[in-house]
Design a protein. Structure first.
Length: 252
């Protein structure tokens, strides 16, 4: 399978890249840090015993023109069959600059990736294998005072992705949205708060790939966190607000 992954230089993106390489996928990877990205590319080649085709490039997903050019070049090299719009950042302190950076990367960066990918896939017959996989978060299930910008951006791409799934289904383009809980990454490495049901990135990648292969629309895990955040999201607002006050401050 010809697979493109944004945010491939660490965390879930890195684990997905390695897992896809082990399966024999041809990979197009991007990230912001050249050294980390090249290291991931080498891990992918090792995982495939040197047989994987891996093309890695530093691309900023907030640059719409750069992303469109890169996706177009990748698609010309090998028609893209699966695109992971995975790049994302934590907010840290909710300063004006950090909030804008979070929205630019986690929301607009996903838009910048998905739109040209969909246009490229539309050029091929409905019988072709075509799938978009968007990384949101369990945090996108409801407004979390511990991480306002992060939860807002993840709620945005969660809703957009699930709506796109319905819109693109008649064209034969599959869309899946991933809502993971706490998964090892550079983001969680910086956390000082409790992280229940913590999961290693390689295990998360196996869950994501297994369900994406089955065309599951909403890939949310682990189930206790999915249940808890869903319950929080459907509470009356006053109850939601009260429980939010009890949540610990965290750095994500």
């Amino acid at each position: 399978m010809n697979t493109l992954i944004t945010g491939a230089s660490s965390g879930i993106g890195e684990a997905l890249a390695i897992a896809c390489a082990a399966r024999g996928d041809a990979l197009f990877l991007c990230g912001r840090d050249e050294a980390r990205l090249n290291a991931v590319a080498e891990k992918c080649r090792a995982a495939s015993n040197g047989s994987a085709t891996v093309a890695a490039r530093v691309v900023d997903v907030t640059d719409a023109d750069a992303v469109e050019r890169w996706i177009g070049e990748c698609d010309q090299t090998a028609p893209l069959e699966r695109v992971f719009a995975n790049a994302g950042v934590s907010t840290g302190e909710e300063t004006a600059a950090n909030v804008r950076r979070t929205f630019a990367t986690n929301a607009i960066g996903v838009v910048n990736t998905v739109l040209p990918a969909v246009e490229a896939m539309r050029k091929r017959p409905e019988s072709a294998n075509r799938q978009i996989v968007i990384t949101a978060s369990i945090a996108g299930y409801g407004p979390l005072k511990a991480c306002p910008s992060y939860s807002a951006t993840k709620a945005c791409v969660k809703t957009w992705g699930l709506a796109l799934r319905g819109m693109l289904a008649p064209e034969g383009i599959k869309v899946s949205v991933v809502c993971p809980g706490f998964v090892r990454s550079r983001i969680t490495d910086a956390n000082t708060c409790p992280m229940p049901f913590f999961m290693e990135a390689d295990r998360a990648a196996r869950v994501i790939l297994g369900r994406a292969d089955r065309n599951v629309g909403l890939i949310a895990f682990p189930w206790p966190m999915r249940l808890g955040t869903w319950a929080l999201s459907i509470l009356p607002w006053r109850a939601n607000e009260l429980l939010n006050r009890l949540l610990p401050k965290k750095v994500i």
